[in-house]
Design a protein around this ligand. Sequence first.
Ligand SMILES: *Cc1c(COP(=O)(O)O)cnc(C)c1O
Ligand SMILES: [Zn+2]
Length: 417
Amino acid sequence: MSTFVRGLKCRLCSKTYPAEPLNFCTDDFGPLEVDYDYEGIAESISREKIELRPFNMWRYRELLPIDGEPTVGALVGGTPLVKANRLADELGVENLWIKNDAVNFPTLSFKDRVVSVALSKAREFGFTTVGCASTGNLANSVAANAAAAGLESYIFVPSDLETAKILGTSVYGAHVIGVEGTYDQVNRLCTQVAFKYGWGFVNINLRPFYAEGSKSLGFEIAEQLGWRVPQHVVAPMAGGSLIGKIHKAFHELHQVGLIDSAKCKIYGAQATGCNPITDAIKNGRETHKPVRKPNTIAKSLAIGDPADGYFANKVMRDTGGWGEDVSDKEIAEAMLLLARTEGVFAETAGGVTLAVAQKLIDLGRIPRDEEIVICITGNGLKTQDAVAPVLEKLVVIKPALEEVERLVERSSAAVLV
Ligand SMILES: *Cc1c(COP(=O)(O)O)cnc(C)c1O
Ligand SMILES: [Zn+2]
C-alpha cells in the first residue's frame, strides 16, 4: 500500500512539516493537519474500487494517513445509516437518517475510528506505549485497541467519570489514572507526560493523524446515501474536531471526484452545562470563552476549552449551519425519544445531538422538508445513570397468569381513559 500523505501542514500559516509525532506549529503554535496529494488520490481511487472492499473505515484508506496496512482497528467503522421514519414523524420532518456509531466495533463509540488511525500510526512510528486524556469513550477505545495490538497504555481521565466508562477501560488491562480535576487539567498534565516519557498520546502528539479517523464517518454517510451528501448534518462537539472532519470528508470526496457536490449545512450540538462553542456562535464571537467548571450529564462532551473550538465555529458559519445547546433534562428526554421511536439506545452525547436537532427544527433553522442526518456517536449502556431516574420502576409479579391479566387489563384501561 502506498501513501498519499505529503506531510503535515499548519492550519494557521501553512508551514509544512514531515509526517512525524508533532501536533503544533513551532512558529505560531497553530494546530497541524495532514496534507495529501489529492491529484494522486483522484487518479487511483474510484467508487467501484471502494465498493469492492470490506465495509469498514479502511475502504477509504487512500484518504487516511498511514503508510502500510492498518495494524490496529482493522475492522472499525461500517456502521448503519438508519432511515428514521418514526422519529421523523415525532419531529415533524420528512427525511431523517440516524448514523449509528453507537454500535461501532469494538468499544461502541465513534472514538474507535480515531483510535484505529492513531494507534496504527503509533506503531509505524515505533511507539510501544500509548496513552490519552479522555472524557470516557476515548479511554475505552485506546485501552481496548491497545490491548488487542499488544501495546501498553496509560489512560488519564477526570476522576468523577461514569463508573461504566472507568470499568470499561480497566477491564482491558490498561493503566487507568483518575485525576482530580477537569478534562482540561487532565489534558495539560498529559501534554507534560507525553513529553517527559516520549509516549504516543493519541490526542496530543499523534493528534493530526488521530483526527483524520473521524473523516470516515463522513465518507460512510455519503456512500450510504448513494454517493451524495445530505442537506443538513447535526453532530455533537466536545473538542470540536469531529464536526470539522465530517465537513472535510465531504470536500475531499468532491475533490477526488467521488461525489458531485459537497454542499451541506453543518450544525454543532453541545450541552448547556458545557457550551463554549455554541455560546460563541450564538453570541457572534469567532473564538470561545473557556467554561471553567463543566456541569452536565453529557460528560463525554464536557471539554471546557476545546482544542478545535475556533475551527468548529468556522465550519458551522461557513456552511450556513448553526450551533445550539440543551439542558440535562432535554438530553435525557431525547435519549428516551430515540430509544422509543427507533430502538436505538444512545449515550448522553446522542441525547444532546437529537435534542439540539429538535430545537433547530423548532426554531426554523433546519427546514422540515429537507434531508437531515443526525450523528449518534456513543452507546447508552455506558451512561445508564442519565436515564435511570426518569424511567418507571420494574414491575414485579408472582409467576401466575392472573397477575399478568391484572396488569394488562389495568394498562389497557389506562389507555381507554
Ligand atoms: C469525543 C466524543 C464526541 C466529540 O468529539 P470531538 O471530535 O472532540 O468534538 C462526540 N460524541 C462522543 C460520544 C464522544 O465520545
Ligand atoms: Zn504555523
